[in-house]
Design a protein around this ligand. Structure first.
Ligand code: HGY
Ligand code: MN
Ligand code: MN
Length: 413
């Protein structure tokens, strides 16, 4: 069949995204659907229901990754896979992650409606806990599936209330039996909002990232000495929050000191006992360093770690450092990146070759098989916020590019 003229159903894609946005929807129009929360369960249940309507073969693995498989003419061949994540940030946006899962679902629905046959099977996936916000680190379930992270280590990760990831998976009924272990994949495409300002600034509809920066995550724990803020003289204090404050500014200055294309952020902090009239004696904060150059990021870490140790010593606040997680930068398959750009052109969409500063499950899939991503603009370049937004036209455009990349690599007939 000539699939060149095939297009997805933009209205149906919009209604799935709007229905999903209701699950964990916030009054300001964002979404709070933390990994393995009740909201995540409800969205998963809805997603599985939709997969069943397409008679897909459903597999849920030990990490709760959900796969829906559409047979090809030759089921001996490795599948083409596409998907992203359903979980969100706290007060996050209604497109991050879910657009890639619903985009892939819309492609599956279009193939189903048009009775398109493909040589290779096609698989859709929802990766558990891509965000790493509730249970650090990010992309943990695709990392286990890809063999980069240990399943039991992932199960033991706890959230701020001490709940274990493995137990929460069981609680919501998504701790599957299938091993969370990679199998051959012919090609992987992930459709996602850009989450930055480039496409809007360049007035382009489709982004074709050359790859994803490396992500390095660290956890810092400081001990101070609590005391009554009134009678305790300033000199001789061991104020854990002041030590943290100095360290946090060192992180912020790091990219300037290092030069090159790097970002460094402290996004999360807990201060104890967090009472206005007690000198803080315990602080935990996180460090996120990203760069296209892994060595550059490691050098930056060594530099700022030395700063941390000097500050801790000078302030008499013992420090404990956890080198929590690193994923290498992911240079995508150039042929597939070119396919994304050619498909955009064939569909008369403007396209920009770029890089992804945001992490995605595609970072790990890139270690397994030829991988590429498709971006669409984020209005105002905003993401991980309730105002995150993308036009419906752009949502439709990205899904059309995704479909034609899948059709090409799966050798549609
Ligand atoms: O951290 C990231 O870039 C992604 O949202 N996990
Ligand atoms: Mn995402
Ligand atoms: Mn995200």
């Amino acid at each position: 069949m000539d699939t060149k003229s095939l297009r997805i159903n933009g209205k149906r894609l919009r209604s799935t995204l709007e229905e999903m946005a209701e699950i964990g929807g916030t009054p300001a129009g964002g979404v709070t659907r933390l990994a393995l929360s009740d909201e995540d369960k409800r969205a998963r249940d809805l997603f599985v229901k939709w997969l069943k309507e397409l008679d897909l073969e459903i597999t849920i693995d030990e990490m709760g990754n959900i796969f829906g498989r559409r047979p090809g003419k030759n089921n001996e061949l490795p599948p083409v896979m596409s998907g992203s994540h359903i979980d969100s940030q706290p007060k996050g946006g209604r497109f991050d992650g879910i657009l890639g899962v619903m985009g892939a679902l819309e492609v599956m629905r279009t193939l189903h409606d048009s009775k398109v046959e493909t040589e290779h099977p096609v698989v859709i996936v929802d990766w558990t806990n891509e965000e790493g916000s509730r249970f650090a680190p990010a992309m943990i379930a695709s990392g286990v599936w890809a063999g980069a992270l240990e399943r039991d280590w992932a199960y033991a990760r706890t959230d701020i209330n001490g709940k274990k990831q493995g137990e929460e998976l069981a609680r919501i009924g998504y701790k599957g039996k299938a091993p969370a272990k990679k199998w051959p994949v012919h090609a992987y495409f992930e459709y996602h909002i850009e989450q930055g300002p480039m496409l809007e600034r360049e007035k382009k509809t489709i982004g074709a990232p050359k790859g994803i920066l490396c992500l390095h995550w660290y956890d810092i724990y400081l001990e101070g000495e609590a005391n009554q803020v009134g009678p305790t003289p300033m000199e001789g204090r061991h104020d854990a929050l002041c030590a943290a404050a100095e360290m946090i500014l060192k992180v912020n200055e790091l990219p300037d000191r290092m030069g090159g294309n790097m970002v460094a952020t402290v996004g999360e902090i807990q201060n104890y006992p967090n009472s206005r009239n007690i000198i803080p004696d315990k602080v935990h904060f996180t460090v996120d360093i990203r760069s296209w150059d892994d060595e550059h990021a490691l050098k930056a870490w060594e530099l700022v770690k030395k700063d941390f140790q000097d500050i801790a010593a000078r302030r008499g606040c013992p420090i404990r450092i956890e080198e929590t997680w690193r994923v290498e930068h992911a240079p995508f398959d150039q042929k597939l990146v070119q396919m994304v750009m050619d498909s955009a052109k064939d569909l008369n969409y403007s396209c920009l070759h770029m890089v992804s500063g945001a992490g995605h499950d595609a970072s790990y899939m890139n270690q397994i098989c030829p991988t590429a991503m498709i971006f669409v603009p984020s209005i105002g370049g905003r993401s991980h916020v309730e105002v995150e937004n993308t036009t419906w036209e752009h949502c439709e455009a990205g899904a059309n590019v995704l479909m034609h990349c899948i059709l090409k690599t799966a050798a549609a007939r």
